[in-house]
Design a protein around this ligand. Structure first.
Ligand code: ATP
Ligand code: FE
Length: 355
Protein backbone atom coordinates (compact mmCIF):
# COMPACT_ATOMS: atom_id res chain seq x y z
CA UNK A 1 0.00 0.00 0.00
CA UNK A 2 1.34 3.43 -0.92
CA UNK A 3 -0.43 6.48 0.46
CA UNK A 4 -0.05 10.20 -0.10
CA UNK A 5 -0.66 12.21 3.08
CA UNK A 6 -1.49 15.90 3.46
CA UNK A 7 -1.28 18.01 6.63
CA UNK A 8 -2.28 21.67 7.06
CA UNK A 9 -3.97 21.97 10.45
CA UNK A 10 -1.66 24.50 12.08
CA UNK A 11 1.34 26.38 10.69
CA UNK A 12 3.07 23.68 8.66
CA UNK A 13 2.05 22.76 5.13
CA UNK A 14 3.16 19.18 4.65
CA UNK A 15 2.89 16.29 2.21
CA UNK A 16 4.43 12.83 2.36
CA UNK A 17 4.41 9.45 0.70
CA UNK A 18 4.50 6.36 2.92
CA UNK A 19 4.55 2.78 1.72
CA UNK A 20 3.74 -0.42 3.58
CA UNK A 21 5.18 -3.44 1.89
CA UNK A 22 5.80 -6.88 3.35
CA UNK A 23 4.58 -5.56 6.71
CA UNK A 24 7.35 -2.93 6.75
CA UNK A 25 6.50 0.76 6.56
CA UNK A 26 8.80 3.10 4.70
CA UNK A 27 8.68 6.88 4.45
CA UNK A 28 9.40 7.56 0.78
CA UNK A 29 9.24 11.32 1.26
CA UNK A 30 8.17 13.87 3.87
CA UNK A 31 8.10 17.52 2.86
CA UNK A 32 7.29 20.29 5.37
CA UNK A 33 6.91 23.96 4.49
CA UNK A 34 6.95 25.87 7.79
CA UNK A 35 5.30 29.25 8.21
CA UNK A 36 7.27 30.51 11.21
CA UNK A 37 8.58 33.56 9.35
CA UNK A 38 5.09 34.59 8.21
CA UNK A 39 3.78 34.72 11.77
CA UNK A 40 6.95 36.01 13.47
CA UNK A 41 5.78 39.63 13.78
CA UNK A 42 2.49 38.66 15.43
CA UNK A 43 3.66 36.63 18.43
CA UNK A 44 1.54 33.66 17.40
CA UNK A 45 -0.08 31.89 14.47
CA UNK A 46 -2.56 34.17 12.65
CA UNK A 47 -5.33 31.88 11.32
CA UNK A 48 -6.08 33.93 8.17
CA UNK A 49 -2.42 34.16 7.19
CA UNK A 50 -1.97 30.45 7.86
CA UNK A 51 -5.02 29.51 5.77
CA UNK A 52 -3.88 31.58 2.80
CA UNK A 53 -0.33 30.22 2.95
CA UNK A 54 -1.63 26.63 3.10
CA UNK A 55 -3.91 27.23 0.11
CA UNK A 56 -1.02 28.77 -1.85
CA UNK A 57 1.56 26.12 -0.99
CA UNK A 58 -0.25 22.81 -0.70
CA UNK A 59 -0.30 21.89 -4.40
CA UNK A 60 3.40 22.57 -4.73
CA UNK A 61 4.08 20.66 -1.53
CA UNK A 62 2.26 17.60 -2.91
CA UNK A 63 4.23 17.82 -6.16
CA UNK A 64 7.47 18.01 -4.17
CA UNK A 65 6.54 15.01 -2.04
CA UNK A 66 5.67 12.87 -5.07
CA UNK A 67 8.85 13.91 -6.85
CA UNK A 68 11.04 13.30 -3.79
CA UNK A 69 9.45 9.86 -3.40
CA UNK A 70 9.96 9.12 -7.09
CA UNK A 71 6.33 8.00 -7.22
CA UNK A 72 3.71 9.07 -9.76
CA UNK A 73 0.10 9.63 -8.72
CA UNK A 74 -0.73 6.48 -10.66
CA UNK A 75 1.25 4.41 -8.14
CA UNK A 76 -0.65 5.82 -5.14
CA UNK A 77 -3.42 3.75 -3.54
CA UNK A 78 -5.21 6.47 -1.57
CA UNK A 79 -4.98 10.08 -0.44
CA UNK A 80 -5.03 10.71 3.32
CA UNK A 81 -5.64 14.15 4.72
CA UNK A 82 -5.92 15.77 8.14
CA UNK A 83 -9.64 16.50 8.52
CA UNK A 84 -9.22 18.10 11.98
CA UNK A 85 -8.80 19.20 14.66
CA UNK A 86 -7.06 22.47 13.90
CA UNK A 87 -7.43 25.94 12.44
CA UNK A 88 -10.40 25.46 10.17
CA UNK A 89 -9.10 27.52 7.21
CA UNK A 90 -5.94 25.46 7.05
CA UNK A 91 -7.73 22.13 7.48
CA UNK A 92 -10.11 23.15 4.67
CA UNK A 93 -7.20 23.95 2.34
CA UNK A 94 -5.84 20.44 2.82
CA UNK A 95 -9.20 18.71 2.59
CA UNK A 96 -10.09 20.58 -0.61
CA UNK A 97 -6.75 19.73 -2.18
CA UNK A 98 -7.14 16.05 -1.24
CA UNK A 99 -10.70 15.97 -2.57
CA UNK A 100 -9.47 17.52 -5.81
CA UNK A 101 -6.81 14.84 -6.21
CA UNK A 102 -9.30 12.09 -5.34
CA UNK A 103 -11.88 13.44 -7.78
CA UNK A 104 -9.32 13.84 -10.55
CA UNK A 105 -7.75 10.39 -10.15
CA UNK A 106 -10.54 8.28 -8.67
CA UNK A 107 -8.33 7.46 -5.67
CA UNK A 108 -9.99 6.71 -2.32
CA UNK A 109 -9.98 9.52 0.24
CA UNK A 110 -9.10 8.87 3.89
CA UNK A 111 -9.84 11.54 6.51
CA UNK A 112 -7.38 11.42 9.42
CA UNK A 113 -7.60 12.90 12.90
CA UNK A 114 -4.41 14.96 13.40
CA UNK A 115 -4.05 13.67 16.98
CA UNK A 116 -4.38 10.08 15.76
CA UNK A 117 -1.55 10.92 13.36
CA UNK A 118 0.67 11.89 16.31
CA UNK A 119 -0.55 8.98 18.44
CA UNK A 120 0.01 6.31 15.74
CA UNK A 121 3.52 7.52 14.85
CA UNK A 122 5.27 5.01 17.17
CA UNK A 123 3.75 2.21 15.09
CA UNK A 124 5.41 3.70 12.02
CA UNK A 125 8.76 4.27 13.71
CA UNK A 126 8.93 1.40 16.22
CA UNK A 127 6.29 -1.06 15.10
CA UNK A 128 4.54 -0.89 18.49
CA UNK A 129 1.64 -3.23 18.97
CA UNK A 130 -1.63 -2.34 20.69
CA UNK A 131 -2.41 -1.49 23.38
CA UNK A 132 0.26 1.07 24.23
CA UNK A 133 0.25 4.14 26.42
CA UNK A 134 0.81 7.47 24.70
CA UNK A 135 1.65 10.85 26.17
CA UNK A 136 0.98 13.49 23.56
CA UNK A 137 2.73 16.74 24.56
CA UNK A 138 2.87 19.55 22.05
CA UNK A 139 2.28 23.23 21.49
CA UNK A 140 -1.47 22.77 21.59
CA UNK A 141 -2.10 19.50 23.41
CA UNK A 142 -1.27 17.44 26.44
CA UNK A 143 -3.04 14.15 27.02
CA UNK A 144 -2.59 10.57 28.12
CA UNK A 145 -4.11 8.07 25.73
CA UNK A 146 -4.35 4.33 25.53
CA UNK A 147 -4.14 3.32 21.87
CA UNK A 148 -6.25 0.18 21.39
CA UNK A 149 -6.59 0.25 17.59
CA UNK A 150 -5.99 2.74 14.76
CA UNK A 151 -9.50 4.08 15.30
CA UNK A 152 -9.88 3.47 19.02
CA UNK A 153 -8.27 5.50 21.78
CA UNK A 154 -9.17 6.05 25.42
CA UNK A 155 -8.22 9.36 26.99
CA UNK A 156 -7.05 8.93 30.58
CA UNK A 157 -6.62 12.62 31.29
CA UNK A 158 -5.02 15.77 30.03
CA UNK A 159 -4.39 19.42 30.63
CA UNK A 160 -7.28 21.45 31.94
CA UNK A 161 -5.77 24.70 30.63
CA UNK A 162 -2.50 25.36 28.72
CA UNK A 163 -0.35 22.84 26.88
CA UNK A 164 3.27 22.48 28.09
CA UNK A 165 4.66 23.71 24.74
CA UNK A 166 2.63 26.86 25.15
CA UNK A 167 4.05 27.27 28.67
CA UNK A 168 7.62 26.84 27.35
CA UNK A 169 6.91 29.44 24.65
CA UNK A 170 5.44 31.91 27.16
CA UNK A 171 8.33 31.36 29.55
CA UNK A 172 10.78 32.20 26.77
CA UNK A 173 8.80 35.31 25.92
CA UNK A 174 8.74 36.49 29.56
CA UNK A 175 12.51 36.03 29.82
CA UNK A 176 13.35 37.63 26.48
CA UNK A 177 14.45 34.36 24.89
CA UNK A 178 13.72 33.54 21.23
CA UNK A 179 10.76 31.52 19.85
CA UNK A 180 9.99 28.65 19.69
CA UNK A 181 10.55 28.75 23.41
CA UNK A 182 11.12 25.06 24.14
CA UNK A 183 14.64 24.70 22.75
CA UNK A 184 15.66 28.14 24.09
CA UNK A 185 14.44 27.37 27.61
CA UNK A 186 16.05 23.92 27.56
CA UNK A 187 19.39 25.41 26.46
CA UNK A 188 19.26 28.13 29.13
CA UNK A 189 18.25 25.61 31.82
CA UNK A 190 21.48 23.65 31.31
CA UNK A 191 23.46 26.30 33.19
CA UNK A 192 20.75 26.82 35.79
CA UNK A 193 20.06 25.73 39.36
CA UNK A 194 16.57 24.15 39.45
CA UNK A 195 16.39 24.58 43.23
CA UNK A 196 16.84 28.37 43.42
CA UNK A 197 13.21 29.13 42.61
CA UNK A 198 10.39 26.91 43.79
CA UNK A 199 7.58 26.57 41.30
CA UNK A 200 4.25 24.88 41.99
CA UNK A 201 3.49 21.29 40.95
CA UNK A 202 -0.14 21.86 39.92
CA UNK A 203 -2.78 19.15 40.53
CA UNK A 204 -0.28 16.70 42.04
CA UNK A 205 -2.43 16.59 45.15
CA UNK A 206 -5.45 15.52 43.11
CA UNK A 207 -6.09 11.96 41.95
CA UNK A 208 -6.14 11.12 38.24
CA UNK A 209 -4.09 12.12 35.23
CA UNK A 210 -5.32 15.66 34.63
CA UNK A 211 -2.67 18.35 34.42
CA UNK A 212 -2.53 22.14 34.61
CA UNK A 213 0.18 24.50 33.41
CA UNK A 214 -1.31 27.97 33.60
CA UNK A 215 -0.37 28.49 37.26
CA UNK A 216 3.23 27.71 36.44
CA UNK A 217 3.28 30.58 33.99
CA UNK A 218 1.95 33.00 36.61
CA UNK A 219 4.51 31.73 39.13
CA UNK A 220 7.29 32.31 36.63
CA UNK A 221 6.08 35.83 35.94
CA UNK A 222 6.06 36.60 39.69
CA UNK A 223 9.51 35.14 40.25
CA UNK A 224 10.89 37.14 37.33
CA UNK A 225 9.28 40.37 38.58
CA UNK A 226 10.65 39.78 42.08
CA UNK A 227 14.20 39.47 40.72
CA UNK A 228 13.76 42.53 38.50
CA UNK A 229 12.33 44.55 41.41
CA UNK A 230 15.28 43.60 43.59
CA UNK A 231 18.12 43.98 41.10
CA UNK A 232 16.70 46.13 38.34
CA UNK A 233 17.08 43.43 35.69
CA UNK A 234 17.85 39.80 34.92
CA UNK A 235 21.34 38.39 34.62
CA UNK A 236 22.17 35.41 32.45
CA UNK A 237 22.30 33.30 35.63
CA UNK A 238 18.85 34.49 36.77
CA UNK A 239 17.43 33.45 33.42
CA UNK A 240 19.13 30.07 33.58
CA UNK A 241 17.86 29.44 37.12
CA UNK A 242 14.30 30.46 36.22
CA UNK A 243 14.37 28.16 33.17
CA UNK A 244 15.83 25.27 35.15
CA UNK A 245 13.19 25.66 37.89
CA UNK A 246 10.38 25.84 35.36
CA UNK A 247 11.61 22.83 33.39
CA UNK A 248 12.04 20.79 36.56
CA UNK A 249 8.45 21.55 37.57
CA UNK A 250 7.09 20.51 34.15
CA UNK A 251 9.20 17.33 34.11
CA UNK A 252 8.17 16.33 37.60
CA UNK A 253 4.47 16.88 36.94
CA UNK A 254 4.59 14.95 33.65
CA UNK A 255 6.52 12.11 35.31
CA UNK A 256 4.21 11.86 38.30
CA UNK A 257 1.07 11.92 36.13
CA UNK A 258 2.66 9.34 33.84
CA UNK A 259 3.12 7.08 36.85
CA UNK A 260 -0.63 7.23 37.44
CA UNK A 261 -1.46 6.72 33.77
CA UNK A 262 0.88 3.70 33.72
CA UNK A 263 -1.01 2.15 36.64
CA UNK A 264 -4.31 2.46 34.73
CA UNK A 265 -2.70 1.12 31.57
CA UNK A 266 -1.12 -1.88 33.30
CA UNK A 267 -4.56 -2.88 34.55
CA UNK A 268 -5.23 -3.91 30.93
CA UNK A 269 -2.39 -6.41 31.25
CA UNK A 270 -0.66 -5.52 27.95
CA UNK A 271 1.65 -8.18 26.52
CA UNK A 272 4.46 -5.73 25.76
CA UNK A 273 3.92 -2.69 27.96
CA UNK A 274 5.20 0.53 26.38
CA UNK A 275 5.02 4.24 27.11
CA UNK A 276 5.44 6.29 23.95
CA UNK A 277 5.72 10.06 23.86
CA UNK A 278 5.04 12.32 20.88
CA UNK A 279 4.65 16.02 20.13
CA UNK A 280 7.20 18.84 20.04
CA UNK A 281 7.79 18.87 23.80
CA UNK A 282 9.01 15.25 23.56
CA UNK A 283 12.21 16.80 22.21
CA UNK A 284 13.09 18.00 25.71
CA UNK A 285 15.94 15.98 27.18
CA UNK A 286 15.01 16.52 30.83
CA UNK A 287 11.40 15.52 30.19
CA UNK A 288 12.47 12.47 28.22
CA UNK A 289 14.82 11.39 30.99
CA UNK A 290 12.08 11.79 33.61
CA UNK A 291 9.64 9.73 31.53
CA UNK A 292 12.24 7.10 30.83
CA UNK A 293 12.88 6.74 34.56
CA UNK A 294 9.19 6.23 35.47
CA UNK A 295 8.78 3.79 32.58
CA UNK A 296 11.76 1.72 33.68
CA UNK A 297 10.55 1.69 37.30
CA UNK A 298 7.21 0.25 36.18
CA UNK A 299 8.75 -2.25 33.77
CA UNK A 300 7.67 -0.41 30.63
CA UNK A 301 9.68 0.16 27.51
CA UNK A 302 9.96 3.85 26.66
CA UNK A 303 10.01 5.14 23.13
CA UNK A 304 9.93 8.50 21.37
CA UNK A 305 9.86 9.00 17.60
CA UNK A 306 12.65 11.08 16.04
CA UNK A 307 11.97 14.80 16.43
CA UNK A 308 11.01 15.44 12.80
CA UNK A 309 8.20 12.93 13.29
CA UNK A 310 7.19 14.33 16.70
CA UNK A 311 6.38 17.79 15.38
CA UNK A 312 3.77 18.31 12.66
CA UNK A 313 4.44 16.38 9.47
CA UNK A 314 2.49 14.52 6.80
CA UNK A 315 4.26 11.16 7.11
CA UNK A 316 2.22 10.54 10.25
CA UNK A 317 -0.96 11.41 8.34
CA UNK A 318 -0.04 9.11 5.45
CA UNK A 319 0.73 6.37 8.01
CA UNK A 320 -2.57 6.88 9.88
CA UNK A 321 -4.15 6.79 6.41
CA UNK A 322 -2.57 3.39 5.75
CA UNK A 323 -3.86 2.11 9.09
CA UNK A 324 -7.41 3.27 8.32
CA UNK A 325 -7.28 2.15 4.68
CA UNK A 326 -6.33 -1.38 5.79
CA UNK A 327 -9.42 -1.43 8.01
CA UNK A 328 -11.61 -0.25 5.13
CA UNK A 329 -12.20 3.11 6.82
CA UNK A 330 -12.55 5.18 3.68
CA UNK A 331 -14.35 8.49 3.26
CA UNK A 332 -16.07 10.04 0.29
CA UNK A 333 -16.56 13.52 -1.13
CA UNK A 334 -18.69 14.40 1.92
CA UNK A 335 -15.60 14.42 4.17
CA UNK A 336 -15.85 17.49 6.40
CA UNK A 337 -13.13 19.63 7.96
CA UNK A 338 -13.57 19.82 11.73
CA UNK A 339 -12.10 22.48 14.01
CA UNK A 340 -12.68 20.16 16.99
CA UNK A 341 -12.44 16.41 16.99
CA UNK A 342 -11.65 14.68 20.28
CA UNK A 343 -9.64 11.55 19.76
CA UNK A 344 -11.71 9.34 22.01
CA UNK A 345 -14.67 9.90 19.70
CA UNK A 346 -12.54 8.63 16.88
CA UNK A 347 -15.31 7.53 14.57
CA UNK A 348 -14.89 7.61 10.80
CA UNK A 349 -14.51 11.21 9.73
CA UNK A 350 -17.73 11.01 7.76
CA UNK A 351 -19.94 10.86 10.82
CA UNK A 352 -21.30 14.30 11.60
CA UNK A 353 -20.75 15.55 8.07
CA UNK A 354 -23.04 18.47 7.43
CA UNK A 355 -25.45 17.37 10.17
P1 ATP B 1 -0.36 20.61 18.09
O1 ATP B 1 0.34 19.42 17.52
O2 ATP B 1 -0.86 20.38 19.47
O3 ATP B 1 -1.38 21.18 17.17
P2 ATP B 1 1.96 22.22 17.48
O4 ATP B 1 1.89 21.57 16.16
O5 ATP B 1 2.11 23.69 17.57
O6 ATP B 1 0.70 21.80 18.32
P3 ATP B 1 4.38 20.79 17.90
O7 ATP B 1 4.87 21.22 16.57
O8 ATP B 1 4.17 19.34 18.14
O9 ATP B 1 3.10 21.57 18.34
O10 ATP B 1 5.39 21.28 19.01
C1 ATP B 1 5.79 22.63 19.12
C2 ATP B 1 6.00 22.93 20.58
O11 ATP B 1 7.06 22.11 21.10
C3 ATP B 1 6.38 24.37 20.83
O12 ATP B 1 5.56 24.90 21.85
C4 ATP B 1 7.85 24.29 21.28
O13 ATP B 1 8.23 25.29 22.19
C5 ATP B 1 7.89 22.91 21.92
N1 ATP B 1 9.25 22.38 21.95
C6 ATP B 1 10.08 22.14 20.91
N2 ATP B 1 11.30 21.74 21.35
C7 ATP B 1 11.22 21.71 22.70
C8 ATP B 1 12.14 21.40 23.75
N3 ATP B 1 13.40 21.03 23.49
N4 ATP B 1 11.70 21.49 25.03
C9 ATP B 1 10.44 21.85 25.32
N5 ATP B 1 9.53 22.19 24.38
C10 ATP B 1 9.91 22.12 23.09
FE1 FE C 1 0.47 18.58 15.83
Amino acid sequence: ITILGLESSCDDTAAAVVRLSGGKPEILSSVVYGQTALHADFGGVVPEIAARAHAEKIDLCVEDALEAAGVALGAIDAVAVTAGPGLIGGVLAGVMCAKGIAAGTGLPLVGVNHLAGHALTPRLTDGLSFPYLMLLVSGGHCQFLIAHAPDRFTRLGGTIDDAPGEAFDKTAKLLGLPQPGGPAVEAAARAGDPARFTFPRPLLDRPGCDLSFSGLKTALLRARDAVVAEKGGLTEQDRADLCAGFQAAVSEVLAEKSRRAIAEYLALDPAEPVLAVAGGVAANGAIRAALETVSAKSGLRFTAPPLALCTDNAAMIAWAGIERFRLGLIDDADLVARPRWPLDQSQPALIGSGK
